[in-house]
Write a protein that binds this ligand. Structure first.
Ligand code: HEC
Length: 148
């Protein structure tokens, strides 16, 4: 026995549409992801001043595992980035790797290393902003939004 074709196709469509909802709590905009990163960076910095390594570790891990923007938003960002996509991805990867390094240093309660990784992380965030922020902001501005 088999399902009628239309039914199985509909079931497949439903399954595909449900996937992103299952993996992320809410569809994130690129901007809200960035605001989350900034909050976590502020948490790292405040915690470093009082040598609260548990909080540094947790916030650094949140940066390393930051949520992704929604698929549509990612497409628009990537189209703004255009042919420089590998540079964009490398800078994103650098933030992930540096945040992992910071989390490990904080887990070891190594203040000097933590401070070094924190500085590198700030530089990595800003490197991407210098290279890409203007292009992405103008591509994501409301007058360039796709018809809905
Ligand atoms: C791979 C590139 C890239 C990396 C890495 C990156 N950003 Fe961004 N960020 C952007 C772009 C592009 C924008 C502009 C997006 C916009 O405003 O729509 C932006 C905007 C922002 C904003 C402004 C958001 C707003 O409300 O307008 C903040 C804050 C921010 N980023 C924080 C961070 C922090 C903190 C890090 C590092 C932990 C980081 N970013 C790493 C590309 C990056």
């Amino acid at each position: 026995m088999s399902f009628p074709r239309a039914t199985s196709r509909a079931a497949l469509v439903v399954a595909v549409l449900a996937m992103p909802l299952a993996s992320t709590a809410a569809a994130e905009t690129f901007q809200s992801v960035m605001q989350g990163l900034a909050d976590d960076m502020n948490r790292v910095q405040s915690a470093l001043f009082v040598e609260d390594f548990a909080t540094v570790t947790e916030a650094a891990e949140a940066i390393a595992d930051h949520p992704k923007p929604s698929l549509g938003e990612r497409r628009r960002v990537l189209s703004a980035v255009g042919s420089r996509v590998s540079e964009f991805r490398a800078l994103d990867q650098q933030v992930h790797d540096t945040a992992e390094g910071l989390a490990n240093a904080a887990r070891d309660q190594d203040l000097d290393q933590s401070i070094r990784y924190h500085a590198r992380l700030v530089n990595a965030c800003i490197a991407c902003h210098s290279a890409f922020r203007d292009d992405v902001v103008s591509a994501l501005s409301p007058e360039n939004a796709p018809e809905r």
